[in-house]
Design a protein around this ligand. Structure first.
Ligand SMILES: [Zn+2]
Length: 411
């Protein structure tokens, strides 16, 4: 794989060329096979930041091309030996050319999506600037996803009253299948990485919570993942970010989506939180994500589910089948708490899971090891916030995390 950046006027254009051994279908770090649509993309920064450290350019490119790289990656300028070693050790990929010295930085920015998880991070760190990634169309790829209203979301970010920058990019359209999206989850940080020198960043905070970091959330299913290659500090991506002088920081890595939802809805950002990108006037209320988030919100508000979605609808199909489910901990949490769950699309899931308030109480507290892995400059702040606002899991509760997907705890 060969990658090259061209730059000017705040615009960064990335082009990449496959070597003979590379393929246009390859797995991203979570195992999902991805098919490439095209070999170029751009990132529009809100201003021209000037020179960018080569390791930042290389890491940004790597978040786009990693799935399709088989043996080696050749960047268009020398990367530090430390960064090259991180790629080699993390992926078994030879990276070069090698030269120059590593970078470092001191500050923090929040990769802010506008959803409840990153809003919880923003509520926890009120003085930290937000960097928002906005999807824009790609000149060479037809946009069959026009219902995805990234413009509405970017407007909401602008209204938070926070120091924020929005970075626009078409990089999600390098992905043909399964659909446009980040080639690697970390590509959402493209803007923050390209501005990291200008903003003096030593870390980027993400809204990944307990499920994503420790319970194999997302496309992983139902297992304890201490060595999560995407988000553990000692995982491949954690080491690659650290080598480029930007540590991955997960301020809400120890708490569930019930807690992030409660923190977000209890914060000044409440009016600006949006997890559904269909429709412009608010969440659509009819997609699978809206149904899932409504279950969590109804649970924390201790009220019946407000949704038109019934069990016979396509988006509710998976809840009619037995577990395991993606995000199962939150399905258990919701089913245990929402009054009248037996009359909703989750009735069958609730019966399969048999969860109770007691068996899901651990999801209201913070998993202590998640705080220990927050990098030192920000760790005590996160610890103090968790102690004051959330509370920590007992040893028995922490064991629920560490046996997730292997044995059933008492319920
Ligand atoms: Zn929706």
């Amino acid at each position: 794989m060969r990658v090259a950046w061209t730059a000017g006027d705040g615009l960064r254009h990335l082009a990449f060329r496959l070597d003979a051994e590379d393929g246009i279908t390859g797995p991203c770090t979570d195992g999902q096979p991805l098919k490439m649509a095209t070999n170029s993309c751009r990132v529009e920064l809100p201003y021209e930041p000037g020179e960018t450290h080569p390791d930042l350019l290389a890491l940004t490119a790597w978040t786009v091309v990693a799935p399709w790289t088989r043996r080696r990656v050749v960047f268009d300028r020398p990367v530090s030996p430390e960064f090259a070693a991180a790629i080699e050790e993390g992926w078994g990929i030879e990276a070069g050319p090698v030269g120059g010295s590593p970078r470092s930085g001191r500050g923090l920015a929040i990769s802010y999506s506008g959803g409840a998880d990153s809003a919880a991070v923003a509520a926890m760190l009120p003085d930290v600037p937000l960097v928002h990634f906005q999807r824009v169309p790609h000149p060479r790829v037809p946009n069959r996803w026009a219902h995805y209203r990234s413009d509405a979301l970017a407007r909401l970010v602008g209204r938070t009253g926070r120091e924020s920058v929005t970075v626009r990019s078409d990089l999600e359209f390098v992905l043909a299948e399964p659909r446009p999206g980040y080639p690697e989850h970390h590509a959402v940080a493209a803007g923050a990485l390209l501005l990291a020198d200008e903003l003096d960043l030593g870390g980027i905070a993400f809204g990944y919570e307990l499920g994503s970091r420790w319970l194999g959330g997302g496309r992983y299913l139902h297992r304890y993942t201490p060595d999560n290659p995407m988000w553990a500090p000692h995982g491949a991506w954690g080491r690659a970010f650290a080598a480029a002088g930007v540590r991955i920081v997960l301020p809400v890595g120890g708490v569930s989506e019930a807690v992030t939802m409660r923190l977000a809805l209890g914060s000044p950002l409440r009016e600006h939180v949006r997890w559904c990108l269909r429709g412009t006037g608010g969440p659509c209320g009819t997609c699978g994500k809206c149904l899932y988030k409504e279950l969590i919100q109804a649970a924390i508000e201790r009220r019946p589910l407000r949704t038109p979605i019934t069990a016979d609808r396509g988006v509710a199909r998976k809840w009619q089948r037995p577990p395991p489910y993606g995000g199962q901990e939150m399905i258990e949490y919701g089913c245990a708490r929402v009054p009248g769950i037996e009359d909703t699309a989750f009735a069958k899931a609730a019966a399969f899971l048999g969860a109770t308030e007691e068996s899901t109480a651990w999801l209201d507290r913070c998993y202590p090891p998640a705080v220990e892995e927050v990098p030192a400059p920000w760790r005590e702040r996160v610890r103090a916030f968790m102690a004051a606002e959330v509370g920590f899991m007992s040893e028995d509760e922490a064991r629920r995390v560490e046996t997730w997907g292997t044995v059933r705890g008492p319920s």
